[in-house]
Design a protein around this ligand. Structure first.
Ligand code: CUA
Length: 380
């Protein structure tokens, strides 16, 4: 049986008119996304570098995505109308069958590939800018997630700042985040940057606040029953501000200095140990090197090799940390004694090589510290 197969048609005036109309619509959609106000993205105005780059990428994707959508949806509608079944068609008529059109196949391979490659280049460039190209001389600040609040630690401020986080305008910041209990996530929508707060792991984000103001901090990882309280975007039960809301305040340099000195004074008598961490000296007697070795494998080996000092992973190799005469001092400058190693394990350390979490963030008990020190002492 022979079907009533339509013979090949040439695309006529109608097609080119439709194409021109879709082209105009596509250009309008591109211009629309390029000029759209931030509020359309349900995001506050960007207040830190490189947040603007992230917004540009978002706008680029929305603009190119909607231009593509205009053509795909437009042609579907155009072809559905132009090539609809007509009353004069035979009941078993089928449309034009196109096979092995190499020119067509070449173009529908080249164009999407080129677009995806362009998108990758732009993304990697911005990612590189966020991760690596920020100034190295930044102000190093830490934030810890707790159930259910954030705390902040600053150089030369004892203890922890527990209410608001302050940062100076136009100064590069290196923010190290981790958690004291479960996984939280640190997000400041106005900065567009987000990092998971994972116990025992330090995640770093780098940025430069550009606009003074108060910006909500939001936990974006479900962390227990009161997770919602870790968001300054969520209202409290009475519809007013959430009582647990915490804000990041970007100050002018003068106001920041005032706040910083006031905090130094207010926290002058605080201990640098975290509230949950044991304070005072760890009792090292009865440390078990075997248990310490197991702990080392799970808690330390991601950053420290059991090798010479020069064998760095993140921190130095720790074989001989207590017996290496060419390195008589620890990274914090104190003499390499079991007590001082215990102190670093307890309080953590931040230096050129990075940040070592403290005992709370690493979930180490005093007994664990004693076992680890016994193990390190046994390495010669
Ligand atoms: Cu902390 Cu969710």
């Amino acid at each position: 049986m022979v079907e009533h197969r339509a013979s090949a048609v040439h695309l006529g005036r109608g097609f080119w008119t439709a194409t021109a109309a879709l082209g105009v619509l596509a250009i309008i959609s591109i211009v629309f996304w390029w000029l759209a106000p931030d509020s359309l993205f349900i995001l506050p105005s960007v207040a830190a570098q490189p947040g603007a780059d992230i917004d540009s990428l978002l706008r680029f994707m929305l603009a190119s995505g909607s231009a593509l959508f205009v053509f795909v949806a437009g042609y579907i509608i155009y072809f559905a109308i132009a090539f609809r079944a007509r009353p004069t068609d035979a009941p078993d008529a089928i449309g034009v069958q196109v096979h092995d059109n190499h020119v067509l196949e070449l173009w529908w391979t080249i164009l999407p590939t080129a677009f995806v490659v362009l998108l990758s280049i732009l993304s990697v460039k911005i990612w590189y800018n966020i991760q690596l190209a920020q100034p190295a001389n930044g102000l190093v600040v830490e934030s810890l997630g707790h159930q259910w609040y954030f705390t902040f630690r600053y150089p030369q401020i004892h203890g922890e700042v527990t209410d608001e986080m302050h940062l100076p305008q136009n100064q590069p910041v290196v923010l190290n985040v981790t958690s004291a209990d479960v996984i939280h996530s640190f997000w400041v929508p106005a900065f567009r940057l987000k990092a998971d707060m994972v116990p025992g792991l330090i995640n770093t984000i780098r940025f430069t606040p550009t606009t003074p103001g108060r910006y909500p901090i939001v936990c974006t990882e479900f962390c227990g029953t009161r997770h919602g309280e870790m968001s300054a975007l969520v209202p409290g039960d009475d519809g007013k501000a959430n009582p647990g809301a915490q804000w990041l305040v970007v100050d002018t340099p003068e106001n920041y200095q005032k706040w910083y000195r006031a905090q130094q004074i207010a926290h002058a008598k605080d201990s640098d140990a975290l509230p949950q961490a044991s304070s005072g000296t760890v009792d090292l007697s009865g440390g078990d090197a075997k248990l310490g070795q197991q702990l080392f494998a799970t808690k330390c080996s991601a950053c420290h090799a059991v090798g010479p000092y020069s064998q760095r992973i993140v921190g130095p190799g720790l074989k001989g940390v207590l017996h290496d005469s060419s390195h008589p001092n620890l990274v914090d400058g104190d003499p390499a004694t079991p007590e001082n190693v215990a102190k670093i394990l307890q309080k953590g350390f931040t230096g050129d090589m990075g940040t070592m979490p403290n005992a709370t963030a690493n979930s180490l008990t005093d007994k664990d510290i004693a076992n680890l020190v016994a193990y390190l002492a046994s390495l010669k």
